[in-house]
Ligand binder design. Structure first.
Ligand SMILES: [Fe+2]
Ligand SMILES: [Fe+2]
Length: 146
């Protein structure tokens, strides 16, 4: 795969992050019920992580792959109840992990030609995957306690 192709994949990842952040912030505003405050706080905290992921992907695309970071956004999912919010976002996080694992695989296959970028790309994507896995665990915990 060429660097240009890798930048395209990372732009798809960036668009997923844009969508995820907006989705979490929107969902946080429709939560109600007994433990609303704790759930709202968690959703907003995760949205903050997604913003950091955007920054990571933007930097990898722009500074390490000479690409132009996307201003687009992947489609978002509606949800009405707290259970729906948690389920929809767990599914979204799992999708992101699947996509990012695919990108990590490509990066590793390109190791030879990414002599001056490899560790930054590998570490950046791996760190984001690790945090999405944390998000899945946190959301599952909230869903399980209901
Ligand atoms: Fe993310
Ligand atoms: Fe996430």
């Amino acid at each position: 795969m060429a660097k240009e192709e890798l930048a395209k994949l990372l732009n798809q990842a960036l668009e997923l992050e844009h969508g995820a952040r907006i989705q979490y912030l929107s969902h946080a505003e429709i939560v109600d019920g007994p433990d609303a405050e704790a759930i709202i706080a968690r959703l907003k905290e995760i949205a903050g992580d997604e913003k950091n992921h955007e920054d990571t992907f933007r930097e990898l695309i722009g500074s390490y792959l000479d690409g132009v970071p996307s201003r687009g956004m992947a489609p978002t999912q509606a949800a009405r109840t707290v259970e729906e919010i948690l389920e929809v976002n767990i599914a979204g996080e799992k999708h992101a992990v699947d996509v990012y694992l695919g990108i990590l695989k490509e990066i590793n296959e390109m190791k030879g030609e990414l002599k001056y970028e490899y560790f930054q790309l590998e570490h950046g994507v791996r760190h984001v995957i690790q945090e999405e896995q944390e998000h899945i665990a946190e959301l599952k915990l909230l869903l399980g306690s209901r």
